[in-house]
Design a binder for this molecule. Structure first.
Ligand SMILES: [Zn+2]
Length: 313
């Protein structure tokens, strides 16, 4: 039994995940980053202990997925946007000390990529790219079951590849990154900056709401959906051209509205990817659902420690 810990900007989820990637129990608490790392660690410990007692099982290990950057080998947090003050803190060594088991950490997009590759829509794909589109855009690359890592274990930041250098400012300080054009908040800001003063739907806009409005025929929302599909398509076409993967698996909250975007994404890939066998890259939706991050965190442990001869590796 693996304990999974998913550390996000607003909440921390923990769960027990079996060797087939099934979540048997879960709980969550707010991240409350400003209350400090030690407090958050206590909350994680408390939730995990309660869960272990309730399940009455023995813990094999702990897998952690975290919003990044994190160092997968030292276990330390890097300069994470949501909790910069936690830099240098080490949940891997701390949880290992507290629970007496081996612990592994990865960036959360990498964690979900590993889970989709092992237990989800990317099963049996030799070259897989998982892309999550929500508040931001993250991606993980899995080659022959192994996570692709950059120099010193760095996680490539595919959400920050530049689509239009004259585009909107990005959280990274540059302009026109894929994330700044096609993540959920980009849809909302585009509508907000283009809506007339008397726009009837100006309050409580979200990417999901904009898709609903488009379905109802709202002209501005239809434009926003078209724009979103075009930018999603451009970024994905770049991935097809650069990597020619067997499959790209799409997840994240914006992809719950995938039906609005997929046709245009496919058309864009056909137009952009003339010199590669784009038709062989399968474009598919993530299959692990709401629990993908927790399942991913558990898979991080399997990927690190159980692959050599493990029954479910
Ligand atoms: Zn950026």
């Amino acid at each position: 039994m693996i304990a999974a810990v998913d550390i996000g900007g607003t909440k921390i989820a923990v769960g027990m995940v079996d060797n087939d990637g099934r979540v048997l129990s879960q709980a969550e608490c707010p991240t409350d980053a400003e209350r400090g790392y030690a407090e958050a660690l206590k909350r994680i410990e408390h939730l995990l202990r309660a869960m272990l007692t309730a399940a009455g099982v023995e813990l094999t290990g702990i897998g952690v997925g975290s919003t990044g950057p994190v160092d997968p080998f030292t276990g330390e947090f890097g300069d994470v946007n949501f909790f910069p003050a936690w830099r240098g803190q080490n949940p891997v060594s701390d949880l290992a000390r507290i629970f007496g088991v081996r612990v592994a950490i990865e960036n959360d997009a990498d964690a979900s990529a590993l889970a989709e590759a092992a237990w989800g829509a990317g099963k049996n794909k030799k070259r897989l790219i998982y892309v999550t589109i929500g508040t931001g855009i993250g991606a993980g690359i899995v080659l022959d079951g192994q996570l692709y890592r950059g120099v010193d274990g760095a996680h490539p930041e595919i959400g920050h590849h530049v689509i239009d250098a004259s585009g909107p400012p990005c959280t990274c300080g540059f302009h026109g990154c894929w994330e700044s054009l096609a993540a959920g908040p980009a849809m909302v800001s585009w509508v907000e900056s283009n809506m007339p003063k008397n726009y009837a739907h100006r309050d409580h806009l979200t990417a999901k709401r904009i898709c609903e409005l488009a379905r109802e025929g709202d002209a501005l929302a239809v434009q926003a959906v078209d724009r979103e599909a075009r930018y999603l398509g451009l970024g994905l076409a770049n991935l097809v051209t650069l990597y020619t993967p067997d499959a790209i698996v799409l997840g994240g909250s914006v992809m719950k509205s995938a039906v609005f975007f997929l046709d245009e994404i496919r058309k864009t890939i056909i137009r952009c990817c003339r010199f590669v066998p784009y038709e062989k890259t399968e474009l598919t939706l993530a299959s692990l659902g709401e629990d993908a991050n927790l399942i991913g965190a558990a898979r991080v442990w399997h990927h690190r420690f159980a692959q050599a001869g493990g029954p479910h590796a």
